[in-house]
Design a binder for this molecule. Structure first.
Ligand SMILES: [Zn+2]
Length: 334
């Protein structure tokens, strides 16, 4: 008998601060090559130098080998819909194309074991602009811009620092850790971010692909890496002008391969829980468009489950690498 847990919600944010020294206490002196951490069902976990990753809760993970996402159709005045869709897919593809090593925990050199058993499928734009999970209706894993400021869809100011560049909300089963829904919000307020998308990068300010590759890591259930690993995509800070987050660091590769081993047996079921919904609030599930044939033999998978929220990428207003405040809050519902 499978128990279905309540829905949990956790937030992690990155905040840009100049006080990097304050983070020094969080940097461990471990000699382990692996520094990646996974998001777990433990709510309110705060990394410390002694315990950089939670090892108590169940790691978060999508059950299917295919997950879907949908860009909110208004996109942003800074980046149009078509460009956003292309950049988002490239960001997910960076994770899906990782070359897995034999032992992602030791995270030694080499690869050749295959790719992670996870890939993202774009089901097309939707209207809903709210990061939400509907427990009794259709859903969508959204990519939403916030042009007018760091507010929720109803105009409520977000409680995270308004210099955050992005936030990913993950809804999961609090017992099993199975992810049910994930929504990415990008702070496109021009006072916070000047989003650039050039490829090859001729002029880079706040590189959207770097930001979205980081958020895609959260979407897939990864937490921020340990602070000793400043080159990783999952490092919790972004410095303006950088594009290096577009490409996974060795540590990121090990993290996603540990979460989705190449040998994992899983169906390809990209549809959101209870079907794709175009508008907010669940409603009547829309017809699910067929998933692309490339790479997966798709079948709809019925699942049951619960909710959580994780991780944002801190904005870069200053010249320094942004420091990070990793914070998660949660609440359980029956
Ligand atoms: Zn983050």
């Amino acid at each position: 008998m499978t128990r279905v847990g309540g829905r949990g919600r956790a937030q992690g944010t990155l905040a840009g601060v100049a006080g990097l020294a304050a983070l020094a206490a969080l940097v461990t002196s471990t000699s382990s090559a692996a520094a990646w951490c996974r998001s777990t069902t433990t709510q309110d976990f705060t990394p410390t130098g002694a315990q950089p990753c939670d090892d108590v809760g169940k790691p978060l993970q999508w059950a299917s080998r295919c997950v879907s996402y949908d860009v909110q159709r208004d996109a942003s005045f800074q980046v149009d819909l078509a460009t956003t869709r292309a950049v988002m897919q490239a960001s997910f593809d960076a994770w899906a194309s990782a070359d897995c090593p034999a032992d992602p925990v030791a995270c030694g050199p080499g690869g050749g074991r295959g790719h992670p058993t996870i890939q993202a499928v774009d089901l097309g734009p939707v209207s809903c602009a709210c990061a939400e999970y509907n427990p009794s209706g259709g859903n969508a894993n959204l990519v939403i811009f916030r042009d007018a400021g760091w507010f929720d869809c109803n105009g409520t100011p977000k409680t995270e620092a308004d210099i955050n560049l992005a936030l990913t909300t993950v809804t999961y089963n609090t017992v099993t850790g199975e992810i049910y829904d994930a929504d990415i919000e990008i702070n496109s307020n021009p006072e916070v971010a000047e989003l650039t998308t050039t490829s090859p990068p001729t002029r880079v300010v706040d590189d959207l692909q770097s930001i979205l590759t980081h958020e895609a890591g959260h979407f897939l259930g990864l937490a921020h890496t340990q602070l000793l690993n400043g080159d990783a995509t999952m490092f919790p800070a972004y410095k303006q002008g950088k594009i290096t987050l577009r490409d996974l660091d060795r540590d990121d590769v090990c993290g996603v391969c540990a979460a989705y081993p190449p040998e994992r047996v899983a169906d390809c079921a990209p549809a959101p829980r209870r079907g794709l919904e175009d508008v907010c609030g669940g409603g009547v599930a829309a017809v699910i468009p067929p998933a692309p044939a490339q790479g997966c033999q798709c079948a709809l998978l019925g699942t049951r489950g619960a909710s959580a929220r994780d991780a944002g990428l801190g904005g870069a207003l200053g010249a320094l690498v942004l420091a990070v405040v990793v914070r998660r809050r949660g609440r359980k519902r029956g």
